[in-house]
Design a protein around this ligand. Structure first.
Ligand SMILES: Cc1cc2nc3c(=O)[nH]c(=O)nc-3n(C[C@H](O)[C@H](O)[C@H](O)COP(=O)(O)OP(=O)(O)OC[C@H]3O[C@@H](n4cnc5c(N)ncnc54)[C@H](O)[C@@H]3O)c2cc1C
Ligand code: SF4
Length: 567
């Protein structure tokens, strides 16, 4: 067995993971005066060198699409570094009959270097939806408990938007939004015609300077990472202030293996693999915050076995790994022939949508529970490899005639993506695969995943709405989806929308939940989980703003409890 190298130092808190949740925790805890050791499995990130914000496609081999187009699945080689569907030597498995996809990052800032910056608050009803329709469970906290923390996160990171008073999409502390693009106005007009709400989007991108960060200069390349830190990433916005306190010790290349439980029933530290030396080391701390992403934190808890917790740490309820959900996703696109006549003009803007469609059918009876929102986009942004694939399937010929058609159709497409709520079900969860370990010797996760009829009906509704909007805009809807098989109505595989949450959910009842309303485990009072794992529901709103608001609130509570000597 490898020798464990113990560090004599005792930190107040050991935080695992530096993404949305871990970065927020590190900032609040260090600014509150606690010493924090931050274990991060990936390397540091150097935006000036690592982010490909202003690179042309021809500057990368294969124009950024990889050999044989293989990088296309990982959103191309322009994406902010060190994250993908597969990590060499770190597998996960899917149980027979399940197909779950898990996008992981291994870098300071985690997936916030890559994310789409869509920053939506959950609505009051999202915390109490079980009371309304009897499905799933209510949260132990309300919107009013979290609202001040949404305020704090939005004000600090910078989110643009407008006040609309739509009950499914609460307003926040917004910066002014960018102007709509031409395609936004076309969609908005179509939506008005058919009674669909369409409003300016809400993205964590600065349209004005905030705390010395420069406003966006509209290069439209947010997913590549922003060298001027004008959009939010934990690596550029949460970690620097934590570092500035002098209280943060960042340990990169540190793959946490398990939380170590002391004889007194409290966590006393974390053991991790130092990737550079392949040795096992240990950090001692008075409290532990797991923020390695929802499923990785469940994995850590399940792998932390002890005589007191033979099924995994803080798992007396058996709920760790259960209640896993992703967003329901179905995409489509159409062309608007009238756009062929559009004179060339500047389509620059933020690297994301300027308008979106919040859930608008909240006031009527639908044939599926809960709801979805629609993200959409179009216009003449920089063409990449594969831009004209659809045209090539449709048009005969080659040479000047084909090129002329490509020029005519360029910028006439509008893409739509529905993102909806999944209800937790007993066939969807993750557990430790008893037969597989990763290259560090750590047992890996095995996923079980099943969509229910609720989600499939929602995907059908998405497809019908996309078609209705495109046709109301005078366009032709191009997407065809099967009505059965692996992907009825284009429903994406589980995990593919990258909104996986719920694997250590909070709840009032310790028998059916892992955490209390402050993200503290019911079983071990100095262990907290501050990523997507605590979420009880996964409403149509993308989860990251809520992950940060919960982490901010839980960190303030941890500070308070530490001061009172309660941990
Ligand atoms: C392309 C893309 C687009 C997205 N768009 C949006 C969007 O528009 N809006 C939205 O709300 N969400 C979006 N998301 C999802 C969003 O990125 C996640 O919800 C969010 O980052 C989750 O935060 P987290 O703190 O739980 O985990 P992460 O941000 O993934 O951070 C986890 C960190 O833990 C580290 N880690 C993992 N395991 C270990 C270990 N064992 N030991 C030590 N460290 C470890 C990782 O290296 C990583 O740094 C998107 C994601 C992607 C990839
Ligand atoms: S669009 Fe704005 S926020 Fe996004 S990468 Fe460019 S400058 Fe940064």
């Amino acid at each position: 067995m490898a020798q464990v190298i113990r560090s004599p130092k005792m930190y107040d808190v050991c935080v695992i993971g530096s993404g949305a949740g871990g970065g927020t925790a590190a900032k609040i805890l260090t600014e509150g005066g606690l010493s924090v050791a931050l274990l991060e499995a990936g390397p540091p990130v150097f935006p000036e060198k690592d982010f490909k914000m202003l690179m042309w496609p021809y500057e990368l081999p294969h124009r950024g699409i990889g050999v044989g187009g293989r990088a296309a699945e990982n959103f191309g080689e322009f994406l902010a570094p060190n994250g993908a569907w597969d990590i060499e030597g770190e597998p996960y498995t899917s149980a027979p009959g399940s197909n779950f996809q898990w996008f992981r990052s291994r870098i300071v800032g985690g997936r916030t270097n890559h994310w789409g910056r869509i920053a939506l608050r959950f609505a009051p009803i999202d915390f109490k939806s079980a009371t309304r329709d009897g499905l799933g469970d209510d949260w132990p906290i309300t919107y009013d408990d979290l609202s001040p923390y949404y305020d704090k996160v939005e004000s600090y990171i910078g989110v643009f938007g407008t006040h609309e008073n739509v009950s499914s999409a609460p307003d926040g502390m917004f910066l002014p939004p960018p102007k709509p693009r031409c395609t936004d106005l076309i969609v908005k007009k179509a939506c008005d015609k058919i009674g669909v709400i369409c409003i300016p989007s809400r993205l964590a991108i600065l349209t004005k300077s905030v705390n010395g960060r420069l406003p966006c200069h509209y290069c439209g390349q947010c997913s590549r990472g922003c060298v001027t830190a004008s959009n939010f990433s934990s690596s550029q916005v949460m970690i620097p202030p934590a570092m500035k306190t002098g209280k943060l010790t960042m340990i990169t290349g540190a793959m946490a293996r398990e939380v170590i439980l002391g004889k007194d029933g409290k966590a006393e530290g974390v053991s991790y693999i130092d990737k550079a030396t392949r040795t096992e080391k240990r950090v001692n701390a008075r409290a532990v915050v797991l923020a390695a992403s929802a499923c990785e934190s469940a994995r850590l808890l399940l792998n932390s076995k002890s005589p007191q917790f033979s099924n995994g740490l803080a798992n007396s309820s058996g709920a760790v790994g259960k209640y896993l959900t992703d967003s329901v996703g179905s995409d489509g696109w159409g062309i608007i022939p009238q756009l062929e006549k559009m004179p060339p003009h500047n389509h620059d803007g933020v690297g994301g949508m300027h308008m979106y469609i919040p859930w608008w059918k909240f006031d009527r009876k639908n044939d599926f529970p809960r709801g979805y929102h629609i993200e959409f986009g179009g216009g003449r942004d920089m063409p990449g490899v594969g831009e004209f694939n659809d045209l090539l399937h449709e048009e005969e010929g080659y040479g000047p005639t084909l090129k002329k058609r490509a020029r005519q159709t360029y910028g006439t497409g509008i893409g739509m993506a529905g993102r909806g709520e999944m209800i937790p079900n007993p066939d969807t969860y993750c557990e430790i695969d008893p037969n597989v370990v990763d290259k560090w010797g750590i047992p890996v996760l095995r996923f079980h995943f099943k969509w229910s009829e609720y989600e499939i009906r929602q995907a059908k509704d998405m497809q019908e709405t996309f078609r209705a909007i495109i046709e109301a805009a005078g366009g032709v809807y191009k997407t065809k989806t099967p009505i059965s098989g692996d992907s009825p109505f284009g429903i994406a595989a589980g995990g593919k929308i990258i909104h996986e949450v719920g694997t250590a959910r909070m709840g009032a009842d310790p028998k059916s939940s892992v955490l209390n309303g402050f993200c503290q485990t019911h079983d071990v009072k100095n262990v907290f989980v501050m990523d997507g794992a605590p979420l009880v529901t996964n409403p149509d709103k993308n989860p990251t703003l809520t992950i940060m608001a919960l982490a901010w609130r839980a960190s303030e509570y941890l500070l308070d409890e530490a001061k009172k000597g309660n941990l």
